[in-house]
Design a protein around this ligand. Sequence first.
Ligand code: F6R
Ligand code: MG
Ligand code: MG
Length: 407
Amino acid sequence: MQLFLFHIFSNFSPKDLKNLNSLLSSFRWGCVLPKKSTISIIKCDVGSLAGHHIVPKPLFDIAEKKLERAVKKGIINNYFVFNAGDDLELLMAHEKGEQNKEIHKLAWETFKECAQKASQLKLYAAGQDLLKTAFSGNVRGMGPGVAEMEIEERGSDPIVVFAADKTSAGSFNYPLFRIFADPMNTAGLVIDPNMICGFKFEVIDTKENKAIVLKCPEEMYELLALIGTVGRYAISRVWRASDDLICAASSVSKLSLIAGKYVGKDDPVMIARAQHGLPAVGEVLAPFMHSYFVQGWMRGSHWGPMMPVGLKASKCTIFDGPPRIVAIGFQIANGKISSADEGNPIIADLFDDPAFAVARREAMQNACMLRNMGEFEPARLSAEEMEYTTIQKVLEKLGKRFKPIKQ
Ligand code: F6R
Ligand code: MG
Ligand code: MG
């Protein structure tokens, strides 16, 4: 028994040993549970070049250096830094679990350093999403967006991370529904016996700060009744119903609700797991074959067509958009993003493909149609959604000038 305990304890670093929770979760019924890996994507608008357009190189360089140092210190196993328009995206692989203080602190400090550099360079809206001054253990509720997934690695685990700019959390409701609940999108729901049991969806009510879990196909209509209201409800997690295998996680923060005023849209991130009893990567990407409408775009106040783009085109231009989404594909192996021999993670830029040209063309056609309508609904968001934007100030001023109509 002594030898057995020595074997278990010798697998933990001194830091782990301090953490009783982590110890207990690894030691159950006298046996060591399979090792878990965590994928964290944490993003923040720290300031951008030429308006709210793109993250410039000096900020990338800081993020790369910071995360490289964190690898050397053993905080994370490896990482990939990219951008979705004006949002700096830190994709990190580690074994510290979700909502880990050290990981969140690393992201927070990276964003702070980048924001300082952005200030020095007088980049636009430096530190835009850093809504709090002091770090308090978790970046949730402080401005940056987070999606995290702790997994027990399967034999081979293909992952797709999505990041969108000039839109909000609810804009992943439509693709997540199509991927995990719609047999017209995902053939596997009909063909693969491992998926026929369906999937469970956690939906967050961002206004009331409540969550509900609904199971498809049984509760598909109830799910749609909620998630069609994209400004309020957002799918935060998806599990395979037969064994509760985690399949997707997305960020659901609402910056305006944190800051109490409009400070920029909640450009979202999402992690989806694929293949072998889950939707194939091709099924995960299939909803993006066509463009669809999302809230955001100019001043976070308009409906705009989502445009899937490769990393090279991950920048917002016309009318600060149109809202764009990138998809990063990779494999997770032994707690790391699978890497080439020289150590660089192997990444697939999935939307960098002519196969998405139709969606891009549709997006621009729809963008033209909407912009022809100017500030008339439905091009502009409904009055209720506008409550969370800067138009409130204009309306308040006018309010005093309204006079009752005499009958
Ligand atoms: C949308 C966004 C931009 C800005 C717009 C005005 O999320 O960030 O569309 O709202 O460029 O920005 P300001 O008010 O900073 O001039
Ligand atoms: Mg910005
Ligand atoms: Mg942004």
